[in-house]
Ligand binder design. Sequence first.
Ligand code: SF4
Length: 376
Amino acid sequence: MREVNVKFEEINYSWNPITGCLHMCSYCWARKFAKRLASMGVEPYKTHGFSPALAEWRLRQRIPNGRFIFVCVAGETLIDTINGPSEVKDVGVGDVILGLHGGFITPSTVIAKTVVETEVAYRIVTDSTEIICSPTHRMLTLRGYVAAKDLKVGDGVCVRLNKQRKNDKGDCESRLRCRDIKLGWERVREVEVEGSGEVLYDLTTTTHNYISNGIVSHNCDMSDMWGDWIPVEWIDKVLRVVRLKPRSKFFFLTKNPKRYLEFEDKFSGNVVLGVTLETNRDYKLTRAPPPRERYEAMVRLNWRWKAVVIEPILDFDEEFIDWIYNISPEIVYVGYDNYGNRLPEPKLEKTRILLEALEGITALRPKTIRKAWYEE
Ligand code: SF4
């Protein structure tokens, strides 16, 4: 396996100066979410819906060192760690917290932490606890992992039944060992949308989940600023900001990587260029360029920092592995669909073969890996 640049791993933040997308992927949740934000009066969605827009004010946004987008829980949320509860703002990369694997609570290492100011937050209340989180924060429910924005009153969510508490001095009063922790189901009593400006966090862990305010939650996971419809001037404005922030690293992701080729001489060394490549086959689930076109553009792209995102993974042929090899990415993310879209996805066994093959040629970051929906 290739050694991953440590800085690559540490950088994490969210920045969406360009919103909206015209690729029309059948499995796009961002389009539905933009509609909801528009109905709540949130800009730029209120004015532009999911049509492309440049949010000029975000070009002036404060940008700390950062890489990945995807928000989640508020800073005071308590995370179960092996040393008792700790506020999420105090949990860092390398800390060992508690996660869920194979139905059992197990130690889980934090491998990334993301922070972002979000325009809307959700407050989810159950019988014994509540959590403030981003719309995309996924909790384990009787329907599988469900995003806060899709939760309904009455849904059963998985919670820790026995408590870990801190006293006034901040010491843990009742530290629980993994095997002592009891999980159960509680009904959602309230789902409320709260105002803007909340600082939220997400953790990425080795088990892909964690316990936040007693609720079993999943790592979290919105636009294509490289679509053919985006004016050159908009991209130039964004890249100018990127060049002015040499101490930050910027991760771009697109289904139209040939657009990268237009800007090759404008990229600074703090840029990672990613492509979403769900398969090598053309399933026609999107109006984005077909996989082969994306692949060929990424091969032509002469850039040190490349990434491939195979998510949501779709069934593929053997040559797909050669494609990834030829693109020569620094890092590859692989994950199944999280939104119950019943896509033409590969069987788990086939995905495992892909993962094994990729392990030898790149740094691999598996996300939701599960049986195909038709294997259940
Ligand atoms: S590329 Fe992403 S944002 Fe655009 S339609 Fe597809 S899933 Fe939605």
